[in-house]
Design a protein around this ligand. Structure first.
Ligand code: 13P
Length: 248
């Protein structure tokens, strides 16, 4: 399986920056990204400023969220089909920032992932424990619940990616030990295999939370890690390209 490297730009960027960053990523990974599937997820309004620069490259485009309904009176929301029409192949669902600031629950995440699959997008289903839950020794319980609740029937035997992002590692510069990452990923894979009936080898689980050029190689080499979900470091062309290079 190719390593999956996803850049989540969050709410950063403007048209000029988005075009320049996309062009730079394409140029600097050309011919070098054979061992990696790279996906970049700009803010929705910047998708049209990024998409033209990716055509003809192997780099794919993703959304950061989608609505559970195909369309409707949902002011401010974006549908999975709109993302697809803008050139997306992937969409993040259930990111901890959506859960925190938009009060999304596991059931919402499941419906979003289902909508993505029905629309022909690959959902990147984000799960992970908070610092409080970790300190209380509840990490595995939380993950078990999220896996049970967030993977929709529609995704079973289909294409989906799980992203393990411990909330306390996001933007903090802190990461779990490599041993802990491997242990948690193996646990996630075994539960997801049980939930879906899929072969464990075909369930990609990527790690997110303070991934940088300096730790990406070690993280991607860890047992049971299929790739990385990168926030801050995906906004710097040179650093992001070094992360892509670390997959080889
Ligand atoms: P950082 O890489 O900035 O810690 O963010 C991780 C993240 O939330 C990616 O989705």
């Amino acid at each position: 399986m190719k390593k999956i490297i996803i850049g989540n730009w969050k709410m950063y960027g403007d048209p000029a920056m988005a075009a320049a960053l996309a062009q730079s990523i394409v140029k600097n990974t050309a011919g070098k990204a054979n061992n990696a599937q790279v996906v970049i997820c700009p803010p929705a309004i910047l998708l049209p400023h990024v998409a033209p620069h990716l055509s003809g490259s192997t780099i794919k485009l993703g959304g950061q969220d989608c609505h559970i309904q195909p369309d409707g009176a949902y002011t401010g929301d974006i549908s999975a089909l709109m993302l697809k029409q803008a050139g997306c192949t992937h969409v993040l669902v259930g990111h901890s920032e959506r859960r925190k600031f938009h009060h999304e629950q596991d059931i919402d995440v499941r419906h979003k992932a289902a909508r993505a699959v029905k629309t022909g997008l690959i959902p990147v289903i984000c799960i992970g424990e908070s610092e409080e839950e970790r300190k209380a020794g509840k990490t595995k319980d939380i993950l078990a619940q999220q896996i049970r609740e967030c993977i929709p029937e529609e995704a079973i035997q289909g294409d989906f990616i799980l992203a393990y992002e411990p909330v306390w590692a996001i933007g903090s510069g802190k990461t779990p030990t490599m041993g802990d990452i491997s242990d948690i990923h193996a646990y996630i894979i075994s539960l997801a295999a049980r939930r879906t009936g899929m072969d464990s080898a075909s369930i990609p689980v990527i790690y997110g939370g303070s991934v940088k050029a300096d730790n990406a190689r070690e993280i991607m080499a860890a047992e049971a890690v299929s790739g990385v979900l990168v926030g801050g470091a995906s906004l710097k062309a040179e650093e992001f390209c070094r992360i892509v290079a670390a997959a080889t």
